[in-house]
Design a protein around this ligand. Structure first.
Ligand code: SF4
Ligand code: SF4
Length: 382
């Protein structure tokens, strides 16, 4: 219990004691209706010494780290980066971990990725391109270090978005390179899951690799990697929507017309966590022929895709408790506003929404595209 309290104090800057039990957090949470312990109830239960009741209920895993509660808490308590990971750490130490999450964490520790894939295959996506993407090992320095992160490097669908981004960079004649087999998980989900020792270890190993090479900045299309690199590693990093925005004048001159009604999903770790709302919208709106419509819940009120904070590895817990997953609600919202394309800013959104489209029967009516995929399509003429 002492260790938990110390961790709570450390991660919330001692603000954990300032909860006024207003209930804003539970009312804002996409899982508020399903969980036995909303953040408000968690704090109350901790105060009453009922921590084991929370852990046994599995409520600590019913959170996809969407940051909504934290952004709305009147006492400014770090719920997402503090209370939840502290409880998860205790749960991990007691061996109370959902199996698929445990497997993902072990794989990240052993292989540097959650898929149990060989690090040697990390640049497999680049070998599928018809041009060479150089590695830093070979090139030593480049203006841009392109970092696909684990999903963007290995996941069958996500790596299409990585290839699109690399193609856009090639068209823009950007001097870029990748780490290839030297790259490993940056660990944002690991941290949010309460595996702090593994996060520190990943950060140390990654920093050793980053320090070996010269680059001006990193570009990534993974919003969690962006968050970790910016706020924990302290590196110069651009989300790819910012990179595209920085090159917008050049891109505009090359865009062809598309014929889509597009809505844009604000990823939690771009929007609520890092305040990036306008750049992706400006890029999308600048493509001729694109009709832009907003989700009813947009910007700081956007609904989570359900993948964050290890949510993508918590399917068994979600299935047990949750009747309608947030991604399913989200694709129905896209249908309501008349979109035929959902444009995403984080690679993890893509499999979440594509799965939700199948579950809701909207597959075929709506498609999901990463913003780099949309831009590439406009460059290549539709
Ligand atoms: S929103 Fe903040 S102050 Fe209100 S109950 Fe939740 S944690 Fe406590
Ligand atoms: S971060 Fe999101 S999912 Fe987690 S408790 Fe807060 S509102 Fe709920």
């Amino acid at each position: 219990m002492d260790m938990l309290l110390n961790r709570l104090k450390e991660l919330t800057n001692n603000k954990y004691f300032q909860c006024i039990q207003c209930g804003t957090c539970g009312g804002s949470c996409p899982y508020g209706a399903y969980t036995p312990y909303t953040p408000r109830r968690m704090i109350l239960a901790i105060r009453l010494g009922m921590v084991e009741d929370i852990l046994n209920s599995n409520a600590q895993w019913l959170c996809t780290a969407c940051q909504t509660c934290t952004s709305r808490c009147p006492s400014r308590i770090q719920i997402t980066d503090g209370i939840i990971p502290a409880l998860r750490e205790k749960s991990l130490l007691e061996g109370k971990v959902p199996e698929e999450l445990s497997t993902a964490l072990i794989n990240i520790m052993r292989y540097g990725n959650p898929f149990k894939e060989s690090p040697m295959k990390r640049d497999g996506w680049a070998k599928e391109l018809d041009f060479e993407v150089p590695t830093m090992m070979k090139k030593k320095s480049a203006e841009v270090l392109l970092l696909p992160e684990c999903f963007g490097a290995y996941h069958r669908r996500c790596k299409q978005a990585t290839k699109a981004l690399a193609k856009v960079m090639k068209i823009l004649e950007v001097d870029f390179a990748i780490l290839g087999r030297e790259e490993r998980c940056t660990g944002d989900h690991v941290r949010l899951c309460g595996e702090f020792a593994l996060f520190e270890d990943l950060m140390e190993k990654n920093m050793k690799v980053f320090r070996k090479y010269e680059f001006k900045y990193i570009v990534t299309h993974d919003a969690h990697a962006f968050n970790a690199l910016k706020n924990f590693y302290g590196l110069n990093v651009l989300h790819h929507s910012q990179f595209l925005h920085d090159n917008l004048e050049k891109l505009k001159g090359m865009f062809n017309e598309l014929d889509y009604t597009v809505t844009y999903h604000d990823s939690c770790y771009l929007g609520r966590k890092n305040g990036i709302y306008e750049e992706p919208r400006e890029v999308i709106r600048s493509i001729p022929g694109v009709r832009f419509v907003e989700f009813k819940r947009n910007r700081e009120n956007a609904l989570c895709c359900g993948a964050g904070g290890g949510g993508i590895w918590l399917d068994s817990v979600m299935r047990e408790f949750v009747k309608v997953r947030p991604a399913e609600d989200r694709v129905r919202e896209a249908k309501e506003v008349g979109a035929d394309v959902i444009v995403t800013g984080c690679v993890l959104d893509i499999p979440m929404f594509e799965d939700a489209l199948k579950v809701t029967g909207l597959d075929g009516e709506i498609v999901v595209k990463d913003i780099a995929e949309l831009v590439l399509e406009a460059l290549e003429g539709g």
